[in-house]
Write a protein that binds this ligand. Structure first.
Ligand SMILES: Nc1nc2c(c(=O)[nH]1)N[C@H]1C(S)=C(S)[C@@H](COP(=O)(O)O)O[C@H]1N2
Ligand SMILES: [Mo]
Length: 240
């Protein structure tokens, strides 16, 4: 991608530090000892620990995978092929709900890109695979007045946005696989957004709604000071 985009620092002007905010949202440390963490291994433990960690200290524990777990809510329902649905609506000709099987039956695209969080951690060359968002938008038929997309999540709280132009890029996926395996619950499975050219906060986990809107509706972090356009610097943006 040689096209230069404005280089905004995504976290600039954030009115409250995110660690502090996540701490405020956290349920407190009391639940940690009771968390049944052995069942899902170290990453799952970190996930559960950070859900109840009001200090932010779990972010300092070593995680061999390089990823940190983020959720703005303490617990998220688990979904699979029996109960997952992705609703596409708003300013489209043909609103519909896709099951996991529907999404798996569509053409799959694999994108390998560097993942960067505004908190400073990164995981280079991470493969994601799924359906191009542009494909779903074409299926639904965006109306003439459709200008942007609002994404919602089955955690009941997170949201994100893209302009229609951004959403139509070939490196923006409704992802089913991450690191060549089905996306785990902790990473936002069974379906998350992957916006390769932008900071990872744009990649909404537990994706359940895609709504075409007539203007950009700022998402959860954008309402708290993050840039609506979360472009990575050019050097970090090399997905094809
Ligand atoms: N639903 C939801 N999606 C989300 C978030 C979240 O808190 N909730 N956090 C975002 C941020 S800031 C990052 S860095 C990544 C973290 O993804 P991971 O937990 O798989 O590492 O998810 C993004 N998508
Ligand atoms: Mo992030």
């Amino acid at each position: 991608m040689a096209v230069e985009q404005p280089r905004k620092k995504a976290a600039e002007g954030a009115p409250v530090g995110r660690r502090a905010l996540l701490g405020m949202l956290g349920a407190g440390a009391a639940g940690l000892a009771a968390a049944p963490y052995l069942q899902s291994g170290w990453e799952g433990f970190l996930a559960k620990a950070s859900q109840v960690d009001s200090t932010g200290l779990t972010g300092l524990l070593p995680n061999p995978g390089g990823f940190r777990y983020y959720s703005i809510v303490g617990s998220v329902p688990h979904k699979d092929e029996t109960n997952y649905g992705l609703r596409i609506g708003g300013l489209v000709e043909r609103p519909r709900t896709y099951t996991l099987a529907d999404l798996r039956a569509m053409p799959q695209t694999r994108v390998v890109a560097d993942v960067l969080c505004t908190d400073g951690w990164r995981v280079d060359d991470t493969p994601f695979e799924g359906v191009k968002l542009s494909h779903l938008l074409d299926d639904a038929g965006v109306r003439d007045n459709g200008q942007a997309i609002r994404f919602t999540c089955f955690d009941g709280a997170y949201s994100e946005s893209l302009t229609l132009e951004q959403a139509r890029r070939s490196d923006v996926l409704v992802a089913l696989n991450m690191q060549d395996k089905p996306i785990t619950h902790e990473h936002g499975g069974p379906v998350r957004l992957f916006v390769a050219p932008m900071y990872f906060y744009k990649s909404a986990k537990w994706l359940s709604g895609i709504s075409v809107t007539d203007s950009v509706v700022p998402g959860f972090w954008e309402e708290r000071g993050y840039a609506v356009d979360g472009w990575l610097d050019g050097a970090d943006r090399h997905a094809a």
